[in-house]
Design a protein around this ligand. Structure first.
Ligand SMILES: Cc1cc2nc3c(=O)[nH]c(=O)nc-3n(C[C@H](O)[C@H](O)[C@H](O)COP(=O)(O)OP(=O)(O)OC[C@H]3O[C@@H](n4cnc5c(N)ncnc54)[C@H](O)[C@@H]3O)c2cc1C
Ligand code: SF4
Length: 329
């Protein structure tokens, strides 16, 4: 680990002002990912700017929308009564991640911006384009069971590891940002990038920008929602494939509206827009669910160790929609 200094910011303005100072600085949430990366010398900031004093409130507005301070702890968000009743997929996705101890410390901002778990990214002896531009990618010919099947490139096949972000993307969450140029907001689904030729650029954030809050618009049918994570161990393991879904059926049993997002399959939380389009207006049955899953995974490409994830993703989509159909009855 390199030598670094530590500063605690009292608010967003103070945090951004500290970034301005010219040193390589990183914002610090719970530190459960960043400090690991510093220990491995993958990240070597000269200054850590602790942003855990930023707002952590979780507030439900009269219209049903939810505003979550970026410093809210993962445990607090999963346990919030409005999240449990109105957005159960979000609560379930958080509880499917990490351990209770880590969730107690991890913040919402940090969870969204956690970095890939590709083992070659953590190993300084391996070639990794994300760590060092144009160095090569050892995952392409290496052990790639956990890697991407959608939206990958020759430069990088890593996946985004956050469970929580998959549900947030399904819910059309918006992130509120603040930086030297002022404040702005963007849909979370646009925040993370696909790797293309620049896997080292992971998000649309400017280097000084801070996530200050996350907002979830109202979605009444999200009370019929869930999150399913398929992994190698029942706990304490990252997703091979995960599905966040909410389903709304009309009186005739047709799909009036649906939200679907996938985790463990791409460099970003993957909104399953093709499957959603294929489902709308269709009878809610296994044939429609399977056709939608086929549409979403039509462009999927497997690597040596992970081709099974294509069929796994399809089956998980069908299983989750079947479960939610029962929930709507
Ligand atoms: C053993 C283990 C198992 C895990 N299993 C899972 C799992 O199954 N599923 C899962 O989803 N996660 C899992 N995690 C990851 C865990 O969820 C993340 O480490 C955690 O959510 C990160 O939050 P943090 O606040 O600690 O972030 P930090 O480590 O503090 O920061 C992470 C990144 O976010 C940046 N950052 C933090 N806050 C802000 C902000 N407000 N604005 C801008 N940038 C910011 C930091 O600069 C850093 O780059 C696991 C972690 C461990 C150690
Ligand atoms: S998949 Fe991406 S993160 Fe992993 S070694 Fe290749 S370039 Fe690095």
């Amino acid at each position: 680990m390199n030598i670094f200094s530590y500063e605690r910011a009292s608010d967003a303005n103070a945090a951004i002002a500290l970034k301005k100072a010219g040193l390589t600085a990183k914002y610090l949430g719970g530190g459960t990912n960043l400090v690991d990366l510093m220990r491995e010398t993958v990240e070597q900031p000269e200054v850590l700017i602790d942003v855990t004093q930023l707002p952590a409130e979780i507030e439900q507005r009269a219209d049903g929308s939810l505003v979550i301070g970026a410093a809210a702890r993962n445990t607090a968000l999963a346990a919030h009564p409005a999240v449990r009743s109105d957005f159960p997929l979000l609560s379930r996705s958080i509880l499917a991640g990490a351990s209770a101890q880590i969730r107690n410390v991890a913040t919402v901002g940090g969870n969204i911006l956690q970095r890939t778990r590709c083992r070659y990214f953590y190993d300084n002896a391996a070639r990794c384009n994300k760590r060092q531009r144009q160095a090569g990618c050892d995952a392409l010919e290496g052990f790639n069971r956990h890697h991407a099947i959608l939206g990958a490139s020759e430069a990088c096949v890593a996946t985004h590891p956050s469970d929580m972000s998959v549900s947030l993307v399904a819910l059309d969450a918006v992130v509120h940002l603040q930086g030297l140029a002022g404040t702005r907001s963007m849909p979370l689904r646009d925040l993370h990038r696909l790797p293309g030729e620049h896997p080292e650029i992971e998000t649309e954030l400017q280097p000084d920008e801070l996530i200050t809050a996350v907002e979830i618009p109202p979605l009444p049918f999200a009370s019929h929602s869930t999150y399913r994570k398929v992994r190698d161990r029942a706990s304490y393991a990252f997703a091979l494939v995960s599905v966040a879904a909410a389903l709304d059926l009309d009186a005739a049993g047709r799909v009036r509206d649906v939200r679907l997002a996938l985790g463990g399959v791409a460099h970003k939380p993957w909104r399953a827009a093709k499957a959603e389009a294929a489902l709308k207006g269709q009878p809610a049955n296994t044939d429609s669910f399977r056709a939608a899953a086929e549409a979403e995974l039509a462009d999927a490409v497997g690597l040596r160790d992970n081709t099974f994830k294509i069929e796994l993703a399809k089956r998980t989509i069908v299983a989750v929609l079947d479960e939610l159909k029962g929930d709507n009855a």
